[in-house]
Design a protein around this ligand. Structure first.
Ligand code: PHE
Length: 448
């Protein structure tokens, strides 16, 4: 492998940590994690989720960043190059490509929800949550989803910001945007936990999340927790692979990955700690699914003094978190178009985002006009793609990355790339070779 970077490099290690954390922290932490915890019974889901992060997600996150840096190319090229170096077939290009396809599908639904957060920034500023009943707030959200033009407007808005950032490139676009988004998000989450602390339902919310109740553990939640551990760490969409490709060679990947996973987990737990106390304080249902953040938090924003500003800040930062994720979903594809098809960055960025934007129509229509159009008699486009990505593509992609890092790559190359203490390296290698792939299969097996 050449030492020089042919495809650009982060200006610092810290920038990589921020970018990867910006990718990891997203709607998955502040929107999805709380609602899944609510749906799957609270603490039992949280425990399974934490175990999945530690023993499956983190080792694979290390693997994905490592493959990217070793390959130092776009994802499809990186998985080919690294395989060739270990005397394996160049056909492994499809592994990187598989990640890019997943990213593509993923963003077509992710962007719709990100659009909701943008719209809620405006609503908070307009004071829409003040002086209205919880029922009216709930109705407001339902009406919003029924209006495809509104959804289109916000989806377009979100994709436009994404494309403008990605088109400007690594230093001028990604780094400049990420540099202030990530610290800002942390600040706001902490402020919100502080507020939740002052509500009477705080302890109940905390108990709901953390009191261990083994009897409540439901095997169905296993696959959901595993899928979500990949989702939240941005695994298997080639995002971490391309970000790893931009990482300087001396940086210690495992250490950095632990930092990213820790920050990501903290944001998820804080988000839960900000939200559940409000749910219990106001006697709201905790298991209503995807609408949790859009129906419960606004109630609190409507009640608290200065809630309009805090609400706007919360949704702005949720929006920024989603942006950090969306740019990392577009980037792997853009890098590939530049490298493989010699496209100019701006063209590649607009083409990729444009196609995702179009695919997003199907997602936004599935909340209204196409609500009754059920794929395989069961799912709307949105629920289908959401399930396909979280429950199939991410677990399968993650498993393949583990197999690739553990079996396809020669030991000496991964050892060289990771620069870990030998005992830790052995544990990592054992996990990616045996534990992670088997865990994915067993969990999928017991969940179905
Ligand atoms: N990790 C992001 C979240 O938690 C989602 C994501 C997945 C982003 C894959 C990029 C790539 O919201």
């Amino acid at each position: 492998m050449t030492k020089s970077s042919s495809i650009g490099q982060w200006s610092s290690r810290w920038m990589f940590i921020m970018a990867a954390t910006g990718s990891a922290v997203g709607l998955g932490n502040v929107w999805k994690f709380p609602y899944m915890t609510g749906q799957y019974g609270g603490s039992s889901f949280v425990i399974v989720y934490l175990l999945c992060i530690l023993f499956v997600g983190l080792p694979i996150l290390i693997a994905e960043i490592m493959i990217g840096r070793r390959g130092n190319a776009s994802p499809a090229e990186a998985t080919a190059k690294v395989a060739i170096e270990s005397n394996r077939s160049r056909h492994w290009w499809w592994l990187g490509f598989f990640g890019m396809i997943t990213a593509f599908l993923f963003l077509s639904v992710y962007s719709i929800v990100a659009g909701w957060t943008a719209s809620y920034v405006l609503r908070s500023l307009q004071g829409s949550f003040v002086g209205v009943t919880p029922d009216q707030i709930s109705q407001m959200f339902d009406d919003f989803l029924k209006d495809p033009w509104q959804l289109l407007l916000w989806h377009t808005f979100f994709m436009l910001i994404t494309v403008v950032i990605v088109a400007r490139g690594l230093k001028e676009g990604l780094e400049k945007a990420i540099g202030w988004m990530v610290p800002g998000l942390f600040l706001i989450v902490i402020i919100l936990v502080g507020y939740a602390l002052s509500t009477p339902g705080f302890m109940e919310g905390i108990k709901f999340m953390f009191r261990i109740d083994w009897a409540a553990i439901d095997t169905k939640s296993f696959l959901a927790a595993l899928g979500h551990s990949f989702f939240t760490l941005s695994i298997a969409t080639a995002s971490m692979m391309i970000y790893g490709a931009y990482l300087e060679r001396k940086a210690k990947i495992a250490k950095i990955a632990v930092t990213i996973a820790t920050l990501d987990t903290l944001v998820a737990l804080f988000a839960g700690m900000a939200i559940f106390p409000l749910v219990f304080t106001y006697g709201l249902p905790h298991d209503q699914g995807p609408s949790l953040v859009f129906k419960t938090l606004p109630i609190a924003f409507g009640e608290m003094p200065g809630g309009g500003i805090i609400g706007a800040l919360f949704f702005t930062l949720l929006l920024l978190a989603a942006l950090g994720s969306s740019i990392s979903l577009v980037e792997p594809i853009v890098a590939w178009l530049i490298e493989r098809w010699n496209m100019r960055r701006a063209v590649a960025a607009w083409l990729t985002s444009g196609l995702i934007w179009v695919l997003g129509f199907a997602a936004l229509l599935s909340f209204n006009y196409w609500e009754d159009l059920k794929l395989f008699g069961h799912w709307t486009y949105y629920t289908f793609v959401d399930g396909l990505v979280s429950l199939v593509l991410l677990p399968v992609g993650g498993m393949l990355l583990a197999i690739y890092a553990g079996w396809v790559m020669k030991r000496k190359y991964s050892e060289e790339e990771l620069m870990m203490p030998p005992w830790l390296y052995s544990i990592w290698r054992f996990i990616v070779r045996y534990f992670s792939p088997i865990a994915v299969i067993v969990i999928a097996w017991i969940s179905f």
